[in-house]
Design a protein around this ligand. Structure first.
Ligand code: ADP
Ligand code: MG
Length: 244
C-alpha cells in the first residue's frame, strides 16, 4: 500500500476557537513532508491530530488503511505504536539512563526481552552517534545529544512513520546541525516523516512536499522548488518574505 496517512476534512476547535478549519491531505509511504507556517497557525495541533493525541472535532484520519477516528483506546494504542513522535523539548525520562529510556517501551509495551531490546538500543545509539552514552543520564547530555536519544527512543518501537514537532527549536544553534543530520539519514533510509520545522534549508534539501499552514488551512502544498521559488498564495509570499 502506497498511502500511509489520509486526512479528510479535519477540523479541530478548542472551545469556540477553530484552529484547524478544513484540512485534507495524503502522505505516501516513504515521503518526507515538511510543515511550515507562522506560530499559532495550528501546526502542532495538526501533528497531534495525526496520532489522535488530540481528538479531531470533525473529519477523519486514516493510517495504513485503518480509520483512527472512532477506534477504541486499545486499538488506537496498537496503531500509535507505529507512529513515533519527537517533541521540541526531548521529553526524556530524567531518572533513567539513556539505554533504559530507549528500552522501556519496547520491553513494557511490546514485550520484547531485555537483551534483544538492549541490542537494538545500542544499534540505534550507534546510528545517532551516541553509542558511548548508553549509561549516561539525560541531564549530563547536551540538548543536541538528548534530542538524538529521543529520536533513537522513538525508532526503537520500529515505527512506520515519524512525526517531528520542531525538533531543533529548543537547541542552541551549534547543535541544530547534528540533529538535522540524523533526520536526513533517516529520510534517506526511506522513513516516512512529517516534520514541523522552521529550518528552511532542511525543508529545501530533504522534503518531498512542503505544506504551508496558515489560518487553519494548508494554504499551499508543493515540492520545495514550487513552494520556495514559485509560491502562489499571498500568504505564502508574505511568510517567505519575512523569513528568507
Ligand atoms: P503552532 O504549532 O502552529 O504554533 P498550535 O497548534 O500550537 O500552533 O496552536 C494553534 C492555536 O491553538 C493557538 O492559538 C493555541 O493557543 C491554540 N491551542 C493549542 N493547543 C490548545 C489547547 N490544548 N487548548 C486551547 N487552545 C489551544
Ligand atoms: Mg507548534
Amino acid at each position: 500500500m502506497d498511502k500511509m496517512l489520509e486526512i479528510k476534512h479535519l477540523q479541530k476547535s478548542y472551545g469556540d476557537h477553530q484552529v484547524l478549519k478544513d484540512i485534507s491531505a495524503e502522505i505516501d509511504n516513504g515521503q518526507v513532508i515538511c510543515v511550515i507556517g507562522p506560530s499559532g497557525s495550528g501546526k502542532s495541533t495538526f501533528l497531534r491530530c495525526l496520532n489522535l493525541l488530540e481528538t479531531p472535532t470533525a473529519g477523519t484520519v486514516t493510517f495504513e488503511g485503518q480509520e483512527l477516528t472512532g477506534l477504541n483506546e486499545k486499538d488506537l494504542d496498537d496503531l500509535r505504536e507505529k507512529m513515533g513522535m519527537v517533541f521540541q523539548n526531548f521529553n526524556l525520562f530524567p531518572n533513567m539512563t539513556v539505554l533504559n529510556n530507549i528500552t522501556l517501551a519496547p520491553i513494557k509495551v511490546k514485550g520484547i526481552d531485555q537483551a534483544a531490546a538492549e541490542k537494538t538500543a545500542l544499534e540505534l545509539l550507534t546510528k545517532v552517534g551516541l553509542a558511548d552514552k548508553a549509561d549516561a543520564y539525560p541531564t549530563s547530555l547536551s540538548g543536541g545529544q538528548q534530542q538524538r536519544v529521543a529520536i533513537a527512543r522513538a525508532l526503537a518501537m520500529n515505527p512506520d512513520v515519524m512525526l517531528f514537532d520542531e525538533p531543533t527549536s529548543a537547541l542552541d544553534p551549534e547543535m541544530v546541525g547534528e540533529v538535522l543530520e540524523v533526520m536526513k539519514d533517516l529520510a534517506q533510509d526511506g522513513m516516512t516523516m512529517v516534520v514541523v520545522t522552521h529550518e528552511m534549508g532542511f525543508a529545501k534539501e530533504v522534503a518531498d512536499q512542503v505544506w504551508f499552514m496558515d489560518q487553519g488551512y494548508i494554504q499551499e502544498q508543493g515540492t520545495p522548488e514550487e513552494f520556495f521559488d514559485h509560491p502562489t498564495s499571498d500568504r505564502a509570499k508574505q511568510f517567505l518574505k519575512k523569513i528568507l
